[in-house]
Design a protein around this ligand. Structure first.
Ligand code: DX5
Ligand code: ZN
Length: 242
């Protein structure tokens, strides 16, 4: 039996109200104006999570920002953070983002030496643990680690840059993952990232995604919150509950 004192010490759930049947829209601030970040965050108050792309110029040929910037965003964002690490050696860096208070921390399977151990560390800190795969990585490699994660990210472009075209050839992989998750009765969230917008979100939802990252489609819109609402209703129309 836990006393009230003890339960206050346990990590509070940072996000995740809802079920696998819900959809989530996570705008990527890679497409935001970096020097006006506070104003940009305020424009997406209707989002479920803010997707924060961390690139190290090694795992991907591009560079964004690190823990110092993420700490500031965490302190000021009204929406919880969904951190996507496109970096080598996530074992060294990922826990720091969880310690900063990110709701979820996702690292790439291709970059991780010990994905299960790292997932357990992230969860112990209180973050949702996420694993991502690039378009060329086969889905079977996820099956042995699936049960250790709260979310899986199927990249729908080559990671590194915003504004690229959605790759429909990644959809069979998403379908197989969704089937496997359903077979296991798993509550894992299935996320897609890259080229998601009005014209592509339906096929990703139909293939089994429930969590959608969108950079240019949200921050490129005149009214980002209206774009989020439109994406959400399209995803809901095409999603199927697990
Ligand atoms: C790409 C990043 C994405 C990117 C998506 O490597 O992981 O999160 O911001 O941008 P859009 O939605 O413009 O393709
Ligand atoms: Zn991303």
């Amino acid at each position: 039996m836990h006393s009230r004192e003890e339960s206050r010490d346990r990590p509070a759930p940072r996000a995740g109200a809802g079920t696998a049947a819900d959809v989530r829209i996570n705008p990527s601030i890679l497409a935001a104006d970096f020097v006006n970040m506070q104003a940009e965050l305020d424009r997406i108050a209707g989002a479920d999570f803010v997707h924060v792309d961390i690139m190290d110029n090694h795992f991907v040929p591009n560079l964004t920002f690190g823990p110092q910037m993420v700490g500031r965003i965490q302190a000021t964002s009204p929406v919880p953070l969904d951190v996507h690490l496109m970096i080598d050696d996530p074992e060294r860096w990922a826990p720091e983002y969880a310690e900063l208070g990110a709701a979820s921390v996702t690292f790439h399977l291709e970059a991780s030496a010990q994905p299960i151990a790292l997932a357990r560390r992230l969860r112990a800190i209180g973050a949702r643990a996420g694993v991502a795969v690039k378009p060329a990585t086969d889905v079977e490699s996820l099956f042995e680690v699936l049960d250790e994660f709260d979310q899986v990210l199927i990249m729908t472009v080559e990671p590194g840059f915003g504004g690229q075209s959605f790759m429909p050839e990644t959809m069979p992989k998403l379908r197989r993952l969704a089937d496997e998750a359903r077979r296991r009765g798993s509550a894992v969230w299935l996320q897609v990232d890259g080229g998601i917008g009005e014209s592509t979100i339906a096929q990703a939802a139909e293939a089994g995604a429930d969590t959608f990252v969108a950079g240019s489609a949200v921050f490129g819109a005149a009214d980002p919150d209206a774009a989020i609402a439109a994406l959400r209703s399209s995803a809901l129309r095409h999603s199927h509950a697990r």
